[in-house]
Design a protein around this ligand. Structure first.
Ligand SMILES: *[C@@H]1O[C@H](CO)[C@@H](O)[C@H](O)[C@H]1NC(C)=O
Length: 472
């Protein structure tokens, strides 16, 4: 039983054994695995299932039960390296993307990436979240990226999806000064004819990856006749992961900005500019019941347990409970005003939904929870990016709670007000969100999926704000 798969270098193994004959020397040699088959362009997904292997050793006789930590299947050569290529295994294929449009949208892009990794049988490498939505914040706080794994429970995700999942910091040393060159597909310019380059992301610059772009073929566009529709289709991008369509669609790549290299799309590490606008049937697919990225990935993406713990602490303090008290069922409201002001072409107090309209939805949620699930949700928390103090005074008059974040950023970092708020929202039994907000959309799916909760959305803008109420 000494056959090691030479590919398996570091596997943490917990060994439970019972010695059958006293005095026997017991040992085990390892576990056999077909992972990864050296000539296999794909992965053997079933090899990521937790396995319990019982090995009976003839002499000396012993029964050894080996429980490998399956999710730790090794898909990198080792510790982070200066040049990322030095850490990629020749028998593994990878996929990555460069998001850059706000925390929730980046999370959605990465859910799309992981779904595409499934379709192409590649190992996804997840970049950190860019603090792009902090740009309007305090100028003296320099907010840094937060890793995917700091926010979400990556080990749990890998286990539930039965696939390995990597983060960029595991691949390339954060302190590296080496500039890597890489050929990637430019999807944006294939989909949006008038655009002059790929979608912007600060991520490649931070990782010191110098990209040469190849414009993807036009047929990756989901709706060829809709010039202003930004969606690319998953199956189109999937086909580019394989030699037939890749080779057929090569064309002169752009020169990389730093090293001036012209590189075709990398075959081992497949990369696309941004996967936010990727769908099967229609735009903003996460809204729809059939959404593949939600059903197969997003619903398995739980918060890092540390964030859940911190969020529970905030809930208890908000409700005035002791440190170990059970948290009562509650409803959250997410009101997004901040950047939505730009979408209002009528006075703001007519554009945004009045609190009375939100209160009506809250009452519906309460009633439905009581009637259908026998849950009394008396506690209501409102989270919002609104800064108007008068407005918050009106919120307080409804008896709704507000999370005190005055010490959050100094204690945990600038990301935490938003992470804690979103984690709190997704643990509620009910949720009232803002129409057209992706934060509200994803939270609503979490509340429904994880708690079989009750959700509502509040409209705003010319068709949905106070003005529409007046007309009635
Ligand atoms: C602040 O909120 C109050 C109450 O909703 C509103 O009447 C007022 O116009 C708001 N002020 C600004 C500057 O938006």
């Amino acid at each position: 039983m000494h056959s090691f798969s030479s590919a398996i270098r570091r596997v943490n193994i917990r060994v439970l054994f019972s010695v059958v004959f006293l005095g026997s020397l017991c040992y085990y040699a390892g576990w056999l695995s077909r992972w990864p088959a050296p000539d296999n362009s794909g992965l053997e997904w079933k090899d990521f299932e937790a396995k319990r292997v019982t090995i009976t050793v003839q002499a000396p006789q012993a029964t050894v039960t080996v429980i490998p930590e399956a999710e730790e299947a090794v898909v990198l050569i080792g510790s982070p390296t200066d040049a990322f290529q030095d850490n990629l295994r020749h028998d593994v294929r990878y996929i990555t993307t460069w998001p850059g449009n706000g925390f929730t949208n980046e999370a959605m892009s990465l859910m799309n990436l992981i779904y595409l990794a499934m379709l192409t049988e590649r190992v996804p490498i997840l970049p950190a979240f860019n603090p792009s939505h902090f740009s309007g914040g305090s100028p003296d706080t320099e907010v840094v990226d937060t890793t995917f794994g700091e926010v979400f429970d990556v080990p749990r995700l890998a286990k539930e999806l039965r696939m390995p999942i990597l983060e960029w910091w595991q691949v390339k040393d954060r302190k590296s000064t080496t500039v890597d060159s890489l050929g990637c597909w430019n999807v944006w310019q294939a989909v949006m004819e008038h655009s002059s380059g790929p979608q912007y992301s600060a991520t490649p610059g931070k990782l010191k990856i110098d990209i040469s772009w190849t414009i993807a073929p036009k047929w990756v566009k989901l709706k060829p006749d809709a010039a202003n529709d930004a969606q690319a289709k998953f199956t189109g991008l999937m086909a580019l992961a394989f030699p037939e369509q890749r080779n057929r669609n090569l064309r002169t790549p752009s020169k990389s900005p730093l090293l001036g290299l012209s590189l075709p799309p990398n075959e081992q590490l497949l990369c696309f500019d941004n996967l936010y606008y990727t769908a099967n049937v229609e735009g903003l697919e996460f809204e729809h019941d059939y959404s593949t990225a939600w059903r197969l990935v997003g619903k398995h993406l739980h918060w890092n347990p540390r964030i859940e713990d911190i969020a529970r602490g905030y809930l208890r303090r908000t409700f005035g409970l002791g440190v170990d008290a059970t948290i009562p069922p509650y409803i959250t409201i997410h009101v997004r005003h901040g950047d939505f002001k730009g979408a209002c072409h009528i006075p703001l107090d007519e554009c945004f939904a009045p609190l009375s309209a939100i209160a009506r939805r809250v009452d519906e949620v309460k009633e439905e929870l009581q009637r259908l699930k026998d849950i009394t949700a008396a506690h209501v928390i409102l989270t919002s990016d609104e800064t108007n103090i008068t407005w918050w005074d009106e919120v307080a008059a409804y008896g709704w709670y507000r999370i005190d974040h005055s010490a959050t950023a100094p204690t945990y970092g600038a990301w935490y007000p938003v992470l804690i708020d979103t984690a709190i929202q997704s643990e509620g039994k009910g949720f009232v969100g803002t129409d057209r907000s992706t934060v509200s959309l994803i939270t609503a799916r979490r509340v429904k999926e994880w708690h079989d909760g009750v959700v509502r959305s509040v409209k705003w803008g010319e068709g949905g704000g106070r003005r529409s109420l007046r007309k009635k």
